[in-house]
Ligand binder design. Structure first.
Ligand code: ADE
Length: 337
């Protein structure tokens, strides 16, 4: 196979999502303050010939946390070793990952909030002092052996910062950064780039329509673009505003980018609980949905749009939330919300 053919087939065999991932900082749209902070952190470390300090990235899913980790590794010419909280079941799993690192590696742990406390405690000395404490034996004869680890940088990502213990959080000495939702014009830029890579021809107006309904999230935007292209192709229609609207209607994505579950959350709080306040557990049970999914995926976006609010007594639907689902705002709440 010719060299270019190998490259092409490798590109083809990567998942579409990987193909859409920005490969350099210039291609990474938005999050400008985080990008600038990371650039300074990495450049300073490089200049001093030091390992960059550990970084924690948090925010709703699909905003580009993993992509940032890849770009950081590339920036300093390091290998990225990826794992996730749920994949590390035992202390031994983490010990094996850490001892197999090469000097200068970046270790990426996604969903770090899923690490259990015992495993978390192994991370503390590894992050702080670059050592692994191994306990050998049990009871009175147990002793600790300390292994020196190669210098490494831990980049972690989480959708649930509040689930991280204070000691773990405090060890991300390079910084903790919260990714923001994107505005429509940022998403439109991301979509135009994706369309080029996927060889989809689409006009600006349709790109904007998808952007407006993408939950301000690049992953969702790219997903909607691919589904709209499918819809147009299967129906043998051109990809334009009309087909985009039809495709989104079929996917039950409304004008505000809400999906059926988002709307169900609003309707259930309104219909069953008089607009709230109501606890997350109760909402989840009423909808037969996972509490975690509601808290990580749906609530942040509903709150971002100002459709619900979190109070100490539970979730309430705002006036805007009532209006979104076409429900009448109760008189008792008209002044409150
Ligand atoms: N894909 C995910 N996040 C992105 C971003 N910020 N810019 C471009 N593409 C992305």
């Amino acid at each position: 196979m010719a060299k270019t053919d190998v490259a092409a087939s490798q590109k083809g065999s990567r998942t579409l999502d990987q193909a859409l991932r920005p490969e350099n900082w210039a291609e990474y749209i938005g999050q400008s303050s985080i990008k600038e902070n990371l650039r300074i952190l990495l450049t300073a470390a490089k200049g001093r010939n030091h390992q960059p300090e550990h970084v924690l990235l948090y925010g709703p899913p699909g905003l580009g946390k993993t992509t940032l980790a890849h770009l950081m590794a590339k920036e300093i010419g390091a290998s990225l070793r990826s794992t996730s909280g749920p994949a590390i079941e035992r202390v031994g799993d983490l010990a094996s990952i850490l001892t197999n690192l090469s000097p200068g590696d970046i270790l990426f742990i996604d969903e770090i909030h899923r690490l259990n406390r015992t495993i978390e405690e192994v991370l503390y000395p590894a992050m702080e002092a670059g050592v692994l404490d191994i306990v050998i034996g049990k009871g009175p004869s147990a002793r600790t052996v300390q292994l020196e680890l190669p210098p490494f940088t831990l980049i972690s990502a989480t959708t649930r910062i509040s689930m991280l213990s204070a000691p773990l959080r405090s060890r991300f000495s390079g910084g903790t950064f919260r990714l923001q939702y994107y505005n429509d014009s940022e998403i439109a830029k991301i979509l135009s780039r994706s369309a080029k890579i996927l060889q989809i021809s689409i006009d600006d107006e349709s790109v904007y329509e998808i952007a407006r309904r993408s939950r301000a999230t690049p992953r969702t935007a790219n997903y909607l673009l691919k589904r709209a292209r499918d819809f147009a192709e299967v129906n043998d229609e051109p990809l334009n505003m009309k087909t985009v609207k039809k495709a989104l209607a079929l996917l039950e994505v409304d004008e505000g980018g809400l999906n059926q579950i988002d709307r169900d959350i609003l309707t259930i709080i309104i219909d069953k609980f008089k607009g709230g306040p109501v606890g997350l557990k109760t909402i989840a049970a009423s909808l037969s949905e996972e509490e975690d999914t509601i808290e990580e995926v749906h609530e942040p976006y509903l709150m971002q749009l100002g459709l619900i609010e979190r109070t100490p007594r539970g979730r309430i639907v705002t006036k805007k939330g009532y209006e979104h689902v076409g429900a009448e705002v109760p008189k008792s709440q008209q002044n409150l919300l």
